[in-house]
Design a binder for this molecule. Sequence first.
Ligand code: GDP
Length: 521
Amino acid sequence: DAELAGETDEDLMARPPVVTVMGHVDHGKTKLLDAIRSTDVVAGEAGGITQHIGAYQIWTEHEGHDRALTFIDTPGHEAFTAMRARGADVTDIAILVVAADDGVMPQTVEALNHAQSAGVPIVVAVNKVDKEAANPAKIRQQLTEYNLVAEEYGGDTMFVDVSALQRMGIDDLLEAVLLTADAALDLRANPDKDARGVAIEANLDKGRGTVATVLVQSGTLHVGDAIVAGTAHGRVRAMFDEHGVPVEEAGPARPVQVLGLTSVPRAGDSFIVAGDDRTARQIADKRAAAERAATLAKRRKRVSLEDFTEALQQGRVETLNLVLKGDVSGAVEALEDSLLKIEVGDEVALRIIHRGVGAITQNDVNLATVDNAIIIGFNVKPAERVTELADREGVDIRYYSVIYQAIDDVEQALKGMLKPEYEEVQLGTAEVRQVFRSSKVGNIAGSIVRSGTIRRNTKARVLRDGVVVGENVTIDSLRREKDDVTEVREGFECGISLGSFNDITEGDVIETFEMREKPRK
Ligand code: GDP
């Protein structure tokens, strides 16, 4: 273990396990985290008000000793994926919550896939056992299919029946987590050195500046330490625990809120202690420069369908991983069905790692980053900051409005014969501010150009919350003030008429593009 290198056994002290709660939406993750928090044997004594700081530690009695556990309290496994995409594996153990009245659902499978691929042991919390429709035995049976075999069936996964609502079974669950941790992991760290760890979440507070919740992974963090977190730096001005109580120091597996960073780090950014302010700034600057360089390098080695074709042609065996997003569930299902029916040789495989309805999100890009996947959007597109993330991470997002074209492209890629001919080049986007309805000249969309340039007579589409609502439209006329113009640039207002498309609504985004021949590599 690299972390333990150069340290003698005596330097290492046992540290609490870091636990993440994952599971399908509405299966009770939030309630369970609340219930766990309420069992803390020292919470009352601290006297502070419990705050949401993105992670918390509780103490529980285990085999006659007081033991601490650290819980990451950020919503869902999206944070888990986001952190992994940054290379941060903070979780030692995952609690997989499954509602006993609902059973294994898509996000249950996603969550357990994430945990398994990260090599994180799982404890299953079978929740909502207070409900009449609860069938805990069925959950055990269902999960057997995913290599989670309950101890009582001869496997090595602990299943615990709980009711987060009635706060029943919580002690047993904590017990199971500690037993699993003790059996499967060697959780030790050296507290007697400069701290290092990971930012769990961070935001900018008007009064207090950057407020970052960090998890110390080794060493001890002190008030007054100069630190670098990602590309942010600063001096720890104050630290607070999950009860809002000021603390002077924080050791391994301790989450604390830190004040004093000059900018906001991202979830999953690692932090280290630097000798002094100047060194901290230098490291931060270096990291920022390295990040820019890495972004450029990634952009050049973007994983695309074309690369896949090339890999096949060169005889390199590969799996094509896809993320499917569509505007309606019927389309996503049809796409998935057809894609899985594509007949390919034994040497290639197609794996759909995630599918969903709605705009392409940051989580989709993070999933694609972790698994080197390509995103296929059917009538859906990403928001602008998602595109930026995809660019940074080198994730290829392909957009289709005709299902068979998507299938065709994937099939060609799988057969090593994809010939890209044309690609879409975005020219500009405009946001609709106000719509002027007119039966004579058609509707005019009073808009502001958000990026690039909007030109008359170019192809366009209309997006509403990232979903395409108008395809194959043209910028029919373009006006600035009272004048007809041929183009309007970023930052300027204009009136756009889309001829055939009459459903334009305030808040819609008009995106214009042209098709250009793709340069051959
Ligand atoms: P999350 O989306 O996984 O965070 O789920 P929540 O914690 O928000 O819970 C979803 C719903 O299930 C809420 O209405 C909860 O009150 C309810 N719920 C959670 N745990 C239990 C439980 O143990 N028993 C019952 N009956 N309801 C529960």
